[in-house]
Design a protein around this ligand. Structure first.
Ligand SMILES: *[C@@H]1O[C@H](CO)[C@@H](O)[C@H](O)[C@H]1NC(C)=O
Ligand SMILES: *[C@@H]1O[C@H](CO)[C@@H](O)[C@H](O)[C@H]1NC(C)=O
Ligand SMILES: *[C@@H]1O[C@H](CO)[C@@H](O)[C@H](O)[C@H]1NC(C)=O
Length: 936
């Protein structure tokens, strides 16, 4: 059958709404303008008699004094320096959507009992409570008007409604005159136009979009009318805020209400399939995480705005804010304004005080990243499309012929029979099982794509089953929603329906997904969801989901619900379960539990390569450490130099995949000839050498939420020079990476923070100087430096896949700091199952201090030695080399011994070159406790 490829023309900016084209955005911005004008006082007051404090929750009622509508608020004082604020209507016409927590939180957070009510002094004006073990945290709720401050040691850290932007549009009946929404001034009509309007016309214009909205000819029926919520959140004394991906913007977020270098529109969170996206823009992309981190010297704080409806965020900064206590001198402050189209207010504040505390506080609420199978962090080779079985075999062989390792080959939509996922185009892929087994024999895997739309075809079992189960999303008239996507006319199962989740999980069983094997993993694309025929290329907001909820309420979590089902499907298909691998394009709060994400359809252009770093750093600090950007750029044909630089950068980003559009020229790593093939080979090999280091970082991210690649400010929180740096970053705390992102570059400036020693990663030479240092750049590598004080585990033997390295010996690189000390960790497990959750793993701590180098176990589960299934089958894995950098006292002899065989000391062979000591074959095993002593 001939498949027509739908060619979607390049999407122009006019395909997507601006704030001015979005009625709730206009209304909330206008409300903010009104609130900042002279005499405004927020109409929301606390009704004093309703305040109640019990079990760590302060609750009460609010009244909007303009229309007498009542609200309930709850302020939960949570364990771990976190606070939650919930506000909803007291008597809504119908329930408002409050199911985001079900998808995003791993559990209802616990309230703390570590708090004290403060004295009744001033109790009429405010309610105040101190919390935390030392009671040095404080929440103050001011009654008239309602606003909240969170303080640490009496210094305000986060404030809510201090600017009076709190605006809760209660549900109302369309024709109820008493319940007309507050009229607000239109910000976006120019003065001339405004003048010629009569009062009546003005009123009409102001109310436009309340009960129906049209964009590019598509009507949103808005049966509930206006129901948006808005709140200002300020970070007094904080000059930088980060987060709220996904945007192509700077790491330290820009201001959004114009001004110098600022954007005119707010940052938008609305998951969209944006074809050929622009750089340096606050417009929405594929994923949304309403998490923002504020940082200054000495403190960090963050908030999570738990809402999955379309959301916009304005950011402004003030240079000198005198309205806040505790700052004698001029301090910058950041003021933000959040508004969502529907739902309730459910905001978390994380008070740190450090960034690592925040990552842990946030992660213990929304889940840490899932530990992936070890192959997932190798190199992935993708293209739209590998044409047929022979093409796959040839590409696979090409890697071997060119001595380039890789782990996974991917098949895009063309592998299916007419874009029916879970099927194969049998003329191109006649024996998919054999194809996968051939790949699998080399220790490699395959990925196929499964998208969330389902071709409307009665002969397609997935369609029939979904229809029969009655799990399809309905349109506003109650019919199965019909949208246009790759297969043409399609339906969309409602992934928020538990029945759909259950059904879909089973579709990945080997006997259900015909032609699938244990070597096959999955890729979810188009799950924003992309609907070519829909408004803004996505689903209409008035579609109806499970339990009657409008799509409007849950749009941003829809893609994650699909990702969750797919991921569970892969878990359940084997017994005992194996870890899943599912890449997703759409994401939301919690997606880290289901698999990696990537930054979608980027371009083969230098500036897109540069943009990948701030984008991935932002996504990483927002809770999703496992992410990547298409290496080489999806659209267009990269010149060889750009492709090489992209591989060199991608090798130091968490998810490492080459991918290309169907219209691009082939670009497998060996197609450009020498010297490019060698450069790309070297880049990919560096990734493989460092896999044990990456895997250890993944394990740590999965238990403490630390991002894997880290912005400079996370590693140097007190160094203000680093706060806006985004063109260099750390892998863990040990490797400083400076991507080269322009053509023909022969040198670059690297910032070496702190008083640390840095070593060139490749030559082991000490860097001379600190602060900004110009370094030479060659074509065969990008600048990477080892930070003194770190110990990095490597596997240096070249193999064709990560699995082939499974039992390889280790090389330890010990980079000493000024005190002659270094520490590091190494985590190892079977890379595949969940046995590690029962303690079957190796976790070593390496420590070099005062000429003594030790390896001790960090396996707290106490599953040691022969009870430890992983150790039992890997007990002969050796250390084959130890390289110590920056030795100032050269040893005369070096002895090594196992800690439980202290009488059996061996003298080790070593070589010295300048201040580098290399111990060859120390005859020590990785799984045991040992000591190496330098004798002078
Ligand atoms: C949170 O608090 C609990 C109880 O106070 C403590 O056991 C846990 O370690 C803390 N977790 C974090 C992430 O700080
Ligand atoms: C998946 O496996 C889990 C645990 O084995 C089980 O509880 C669950 O019911 C399974 N889901 C489906 C849809 O079969
Ligand atoms: C390394 O070992 C020394 C000496 O035993 C100890 O004082 C130090 O705390 C250790 N460092 C780390 C990071 O564990």
């Amino acid at each position: 059958m001939v498949v027509t490829i739908l060619v979607v023309s390049a999407v122009k900016p006019q395909d997507f709404r601006t704030c001015a084209q979005t009625s709730f955005c206009r209304r909330n911005r206008a409300y903010a303008d009104k609130a900042t004008s002279g005499s405004f006082i927020s109409p929301y007051n606390v009704i004093k008699d309703t305040i109640n404090i019990e079990d760590g929750i302060i609750s009460g009622e609010l009244i909007n004094t303009e229309n007498r509508v009542l609200f309930i608020f709850e302020i939960h004082i949570l364990i771990n320096n976190s606070v939650r604020i919930r506000i909803n209507e007291k008597n809504p016409l119908k329930p408002r959507y409050d199911r985001v927590k079900y998808w995003s939180l791993i559990q209802e957070p616990s309230n703390t009992l570590e708090y004290t009510e403060n004295s009744i002094n001033g109790k009429d004006m405010f309610t105040s409570l101190s919390f935390g073990i030392d009671r040095n945290h404080k929440v103050i709720i001011y009654h008239t008007p309602f606003h909240i401050e969170l303080l640490i040691n009496d210094v305000p850290i986060i404030t809510f409604n201090n600017r009076g932007f709190f605006n809760f549009e209660h549900l109302r009946k369309k024709d109820d005159p008493v319940n007309k929404p507050e009229l607000v001034i239109q910000p976006d009509i120019n003065a001339e136009e405004a003048e010629i309007q009569t009062e009546e016309e003005k009123e009409e214009k102001q109310e436009e979009g309340l009960w129906e909205e049209t964009f590019n000819g598509k009507i949103d029926s808005k049966p509930n009318g206006p129901e948006s919520i808005g709140l200002d959140i300020s970070f007094p004394g904080f000059g930088h805020v980060y987060g709220i991906p996904e945007h192509t913007t700077t790491l330290s977020l820009k201001e959004t209400r114009g001004g110098d270098g600022g954007y005119n529109d707010p940052y938008r969170l609305y998951n969209l399939d944006v074809f050929e996206y622009d750089l340096d823009s606050p417009t929405a992309l594929y994923g949304s995480i309403p998490f923002m981190l504020a940082h200054r010297k000495g403190a960090s704080a963050a908030i999570l705005w738990l809402n999955a409806a379309e959301t916009w965020i304005d950011i402004v900064k003030s240079k000198d804010d005198k309205s806040f206590l505790g700052f004698g001198k001029a301090t910058p402050s950041t003021h933000t304004h959040w508004f969502s189209e529907s739902g309730i207010i459910d905001v978390f504040a994380f008070l740190g005080p450090t960034t690592s505390d925040i990552f842990e506080q946030y992660g213990s609420l929304t889940g840490f990243t899932a530990l992936p199978q070890s192959f997932a962090i190798g190199y992935h080779q993708c293209r739209w499309n590998y044409l047929n079985q022979r093409d796959v075999a040839e590409v696979d062989a090409g890697f071997d012929e060119n001595d380039i390792p890789y782990d996974v080959i991917w098949l895009d939509i063309e592998h299916t029979d007419g874009k029916k996922y879970f099927t194969w185009d049998k003329t191109k892929f006649s024996d998919p099982e054999k194809m996968q087994k051939d790949i699998g024999r080399k220790g490699r895997k395959m990925v196929t794509i499964v998208d969330p739309h389902v071709k409307r075809d009665d002969n397609y079992y997935i369609y029939k089953e979904a229809k029969d189960l009655d799990i399809l999303i309905k349109d506003k008239d109650g019919k199965a929603f019909d949208g246009w996507c790759w297969p043409g006319s399609s339906v969309y199962p409602d992934w928020t329906n538990p029945k759909a989740q259950d059904w879909f999980v089973k579709k990945f069983a080997f006997d259900q997904y015909e032609g699938s094997t244990e070597y096959l993993f999955i890729w979810n694309d188009m799950n924003e969801p992309a609907v070519f025929s829909g408004p803004e290329i996505t689903a209409p907001k008035d579609l109806i989901h499970y339990e009657g909820w409008e799509h409007r309420n849950l749009h941003n979590l829809f893609g994650m619900a699909f990702h969750a089902a797919t991921s569970q499907g892969l878990i359940n298909r084997t017994n005992p379960n194996h870890r899943p691998f599912v890449l997703s394009r759409s994401f939301f709060v919690g997606s880290q539990r289901f698999g990696p994400i990537w930054t979608g359809d980027n371009f083969a252009k230098w500036d897109h390569l540069a943009a990948s770093s701030p984008m991935l750093l932002t996504i990483g600090i927002s809770g999703i450490p496992f992410s990547g950007a298409d290496v080489g750029g999806f659209f267009g044909n990269p010149e060889p130099e750009l492709l090489v630089r992209w591989y060199q950068t991608g090798a130091f980003q968490p998810f490492f995949r080459g991918h290309a559009h169907i219209d691009t020229k082939r670009r497998e790593p060996w197609l450009f000839g020498e010297p490019y093939t060698s450069y790309i080979r070297d880049a990919i090999r560096q990734r493989y050498i460092l896999l044990p280091f990456w895997y250890t970082l993944f394990q740590e991210a999965s238990t403490n939420g630390m991002p894997i690649i880290r912005p400079m400010f996370v590693v140097f929180p007190d160094n203000e020079e680093t706060f806006a740096m985004e063109d260099q970053y750390f892998v863990g705390n040990s490797l400083l990476v400076k991507p080269i992102t322009s053509q023909g570059q022969t040198s670059t400036e690297v910032y070496f923070a702190g008083k640390d020693i840095y070593y060139d990663y490749y030559t082991f030479k000490k860097v001379q100087g600190s602060g900004k240092v110009r370094v030479d750049v060659l074509m065969n590598k990008i600048p990477v430096f080892l930070r003194g004080g770190s110990i990095i585990p490597r596997r240096q033997r070249f193999r064709r896949s990560s699995l082939a390295m499974y039992s390889d010996p280790f090389t330890l690189i010990v980079a000493l700091n000024k005190k002659g000390e270094a520490t590091g960790t190494l985590y190892l497990d079977d890379g595949k199952s969940y046995e590690y959750q029962k303690g079957h793993y190796i976790y070593r701590k390496f420590n070099f201090t005062s000429g003594k180098f030790t390896s001790t176990s960090l396996n707290n589960d106490q599953v040691q030695n022969d009870e430890n299934n992983y150790i039992r089958s890997n007990k002969f894995i050796k250390i084959e080399r130890i390289i110590i950098l920056g030795i100032d006292k050269l040893p005369k002899k070096i002895i090594g011994y196992y800690n439980d065989l202290i009488d059996d000391k061996k003298e080790l062979e070593f070589k010295i070159s300048k201040d580098i000591v290399i111990i060859r074959n120390p005859k020590l095993l990785i799984s045991n406790d040992w000591t190496i002593e330098f004798v002078n």
